[in-house]
Design a binder for this molecule. Structure first.
Ligand code: CA
Length: 539
């Protein structure tokens, strides 16, 4: 007679369809812990809400996240601004839009000090002309164009070095219904610098011949751009691009099918532009196996110093590698024969783009949620949450000696992932596995059953667990009791929802945001015991 199963005053096992103390119902009908507003803020800043999750559509997910942001602003607006600046300037997020959005919220909804701090942070978070135009669009949703905002926008133009500003104004004319001309007319910035006056005058009146001549005289970039517009000759155009270091954005479309033009552009091409144009440069034949351009590009792309300086995010590289290796564009009909050395360079660059990855020497189980809900694109990309998890797991596999890699849905299977595999190979494998109901307790139950000695379980999941007979936190505590190992649990949240399987009251469990470029370093610190919180470790 199983009396205990029918009655006990102390429960050690609760099915996931019932909540433990402090839990809330998740979107899958199971129960998990709600994450606090600050964790949610970090999730939103890094993963955004574009495309929603498997369970929550884009709009309600955005509204939920925005409500958490408002709570954070009410609690400590200055801390919100600091968090935005940190994540944005350190290149920890794949996209800067959530940072600009949260900054706009702080600039509109914060108390006076918060609004001031948000305005002061504008040049740090809006680093390009496009960023500023996005911000202008966002901020209108939270406040009017009062003096403080106009001054902050004006300061953005007057505070930036003139040469750098000229590049921004030449490259990005308008976005989201806003142009620099509109913003300058609103803000009316005053400056004593003659150079800058000429530059801003030209931006406001680009058709005025006198303004053009004045700006061209003071700025080589504008001089070159004007010259380029006057020529139809490919050789002359290429020469002009080279002489004046012109960016791709100012080159007329009809010239962009010429190898000579791209060869000239390549001389001063920033890494982000290089990555974006790999397919194009391959399709026109400039990038080919053994070509000088291929060697140059491969060397540049995998250079850690260049990666750091350009703040290239691992997700950008993962996506670029996957798309480039496939030989076909996601949209349109562009196809190309990918160059192997470039694919390999993107592979190397991916690992180099994560911060501070040092081995811990600990016994680690990396467990990837490969249930159905993980076949959902993350951060507005075409990469599934499950694929992104596998790619991140590779970083740990490449660093640590003692790693088990497993995938779980309703049960657990060991995954044959090796650091010698190429990224696109690993993500393709995962995509084929992904399906089934979710039981996030499986990694701990499996380790117990197989007698595996594990110091840290790292689970990549959306925490939409519902299928299991025991909660993950309980399964971990059972593992600790039965093995005597004080095992830790790190939950890598792969969506910006509000749930976690990590018990916030257990110091041995922590939430990390998926695809934060600082995540592998943060995880390693926590395993080492060097830090107890995400915030502390990410600093
Ligand atoms: Ca699921």
């Amino acid at each position: 007679m199983k009396y205990r199963a029918l009655f006990a005053t102390r429960k050690t096992q609760t099915p996931q369809s019932e909540g433990l103390q402090g839990m809330t119902e998740n979107s899958a009908g199971g129960y998990a812990y709600p994450v606090d507003n600050w964790t949610r803020l970090a999730r939103f800043l890094i993963l955004g809400s574009e495309g929603g999750t498997y369970y929550i559509a884009e709009k309600p997910l955005t509204v939920e996240n925005a409500k958490s942001v408002i709570d954070c602003i009410e609690e400590d607006g200055i801390k919100v601004v600091q968090t935005v600046v940190e994540i944005s300037t350190q290149g920890r997020a794949p996209k800067n839009d959530p940072a600009l959005f949260v900054l706009a919220m702080a600039a509109g909804l914060g108390d006076e000090d918060t609004r001031k701090a948000a305005m002061a942070a504008l040049p740090k978070v809006a680093r390009t002309g496009t960023h500023l135009l996005h911000f202008a669009d966002y901020v209108e949703g939270f406040r009017g164009w009062g003096r403080g905002l106009r001054r902050a926008i004006g300061n953005w133009y007057t505070g930036m070095d003139s040469e750098r500003l000229s590049l921004q104004l030449v490259k990005y004319k308008q976005r989201d219904g806003w142009s620099h001309r509109d913003l300058l007319r609103l803000a009316h910035p005053k400056t004593e610098e003659a150079d800058k006056r000429a530059l801003l005058g030209w931006t406001v009146q680009p058709e005025n011949a006198e303004r053009v001549a004045e700006a061209a005289e003071k700025f080589r970039l504008i001089d070159g751009m004007v010259r380029l517009q006057k020529t139809q000759d490919v050789k002359e155009a290429a020469e002009t691009i080279r002489t004046f270091s012109l960016p791709r954005e100012v080159v007329p479309t009809e010239l962009l099918n010429e190898q000579e033009i791209w060869n000239a552009l390549l001389v001063d091409m920033p890494m982000t532009a290089m990555i974006r144009n790999l397919a194009k440069m391959t399709s026109i034949g400039l990038l080919a196996t053994g070509s000088d351009a291929a060697d140059y590009i491969a060397d540049t792309i995998r250079n850690p110093a260049v990666i750091r300086k350009a703040r290239v995010h691992p997700l950008t590289l993962l996506l670029a590698q996957k798309t480039y290796a496939s030989g076909r564009g996601l949209k349109g009909s562009l196809s190309w024969a990918p160059v192997a050395s470039v694919i390999d360079a993107l592979d190397d660059a991916f690992y180099a783009s994560f911060k501070n990855v040092e081995p811990t020497g600990a016994r680690i189980m990396l467990a990837l949620d490969i249930s159905g809900s993980m076949s959902q694109p993350i951060a507005g990309s075409s990469i599934y949450a499950s694929e992104a998890s596998a790619a991140m797991a590779l970083v740990t596999v490449a660093t640590e000696k003692n790693v088990h890699v497993a995938g779980f849905a309703e049960s657990l299977i060991p995954l044959p992932i090796s650091s010698r595999q190429r990224l696109d190979d690993v993500t393709r494998t995962i995509r084929n596995y992904t399906f089934g109901p979710t039981d996030c307790a499986q990694p701990m139950l499996y380790a117990l059953e197989k007698g595996l000695k594990i110091d840290a379980f790292v689970i990549y999941t959306d925490s939409e667990t519902w299928f299991g007979q025991i909660h993950p936190a309980e399964a971990l505590r059972r593992y600790r009791e039965k093995t005597g190992i004080p095992a830790k649990l790190i939950v890598v949240g792969m969506t910006s929802n509000g749930f976690s399987i990590a018990d916030p009251n257990d110091a041995g469990m922590m939430d990390v945001v998926g695809f934060d470029s600082a995540a592998p370093g943060v995880i390693a610190d926590f395993i080492r015991g060097a830090s107890n919180s995400y915030e502390e470790a990410a600093e």
